[in-house]
Design a protein around this ligand. Structure first.
Ligand code: ATR
Length: 288
């Protein structure tokens, strides 16, 4: 094989529906880079071996997705600050023959808002509460992102209050956490309202009434964002749009989180363009 040919991957279980190959293959073609990016199904019990095999097979790096993100953190020789604090790795690369793990999900979130809601982290926004629905793995990345951008009042809302309490403690968040059933107590004067739960994914599971009521009473300046991107406009985002809020979909986060990985492996910083976005959207719509 051509020695300059570079191989990267995305691994997960299941992996069939990953959009990452489409994104990276688009950029490989755009920059005429001699390289590949493929999806590889890896069962949880095979992940540790997989990391060894893939190194021997000449891969220079790749993405890690559900359910391997936390295991990857424990398997690499070093992690960047974000992966360490978030507790999950989504991007791997080799340094002197050893796997290094980083987390670019939070960068995807911030870059998406920078693009779609410029000014979202202006000084006056930082003082108002940012409400995060959910306290799972995805929420950890968003909390990290908001802390990095200077948000002071980050309110975690979750069905299971204990999970929110643990997350708030990990990041030393000063604001009290809120149970989903107590959401009516939260003030509507917000800067951000972010859904990190799986509610709305694939159009299943309707939004709880308390979330619908919150969307209806938040300040019109609130920016609503969802990390779910199938469907592209979730019930959460549709309700936010009808309420007159700026709403930012989750596809942008997926596209932007891919930028640093591509740059790491292939040496070129790509851009998220509407052409790429439309390509991925057509793939999503083709598989409905
Ligand atoms: P991820 O890594 O994608 O964040 P996760 O760790 O399983 O996935 O977290 C899913 C989040 O969605 C959790 O906050 C979960 O709430 P619980 O901690 O109470 O489980 C939330 N979630 C999932 N289904 C939900 C539902 N039907 N109603 C409310 N919250 C839900």
């Amino acid at each position: 094989m051509n020695p300059s040919f570079k191989k990267a991957f995305v691994c997960g279980w299941p992996i069939a529906h990953s959009r990452s190959p489409q994104i990276h293959q688009f950029w490989l073609k755009q920059f005429q880079i001699s390289g590949s990016y493929e999806k590889i199904a890896v069962k949880p019990e095979d992940f540790v071996n997989f990391l060894q095999t893939i190194k021997a097979d000449g891969y220079c790096g790749g993405n890690v997705t559900i359910p391997h993100k936390e295991t990857a953190l424990a398997c690499v020789s070093r992690t960047d600050d974000a992966a360490t604090k978030i507790g999950a790795v989504n991007t791997l690369w080799l340094e002197e023959g050893e796997w290094v793990g980083g987390n670019t999900d939070w960068l995807g979130f911030t870059a998406n808002l920078d693009e779609c809601a410029p000014g979202w982290d202006k000084p006056e926004k930082l003082e108002r509460p940012a409400v995060i629905l959910g306290a799972g793995g995805a929420a950890r990345g968003i909390v990290y992102a908001l802390v990095m951008r200077g948000f002071k009042d980050i309110v975690l809302v979750n069905r299971t209050i204990e999970a929110a309490q643990r997350l708030a403690l990990d990041f030393s968040l000063p604001s009290p956490v809120v149970s989903l059933s107590d959401l009516d107590q939260v003030s509507g004067d917000l800067s951000l309202l972010i859904n990190t739960t799986s509610l709305g994914m694939d159009g299943k599971q309707p939004l709880p009434d308390s979330v619908v009521r919150l969307i209806g009473r938040v300040s019109k300046k609130t920016i609503a964002s969802d990390i779910v991107y199938i469907p592209l406009e979730t019930e959460f985002l549709a309700k936010a749009r009808h309420a007159g809020l700026v709403s930012v979909d989750g596809l942008g986060m997926l596209l932007h989180q891919a930028v640093p990985g591509f740059q790491q492996w292939f040496g070129v910083k790509p851009e998220v363009t509407s052409k790429l976005r439309n390509l991925v959207i057509s793939g999503i719509e083709g598989h409905k």
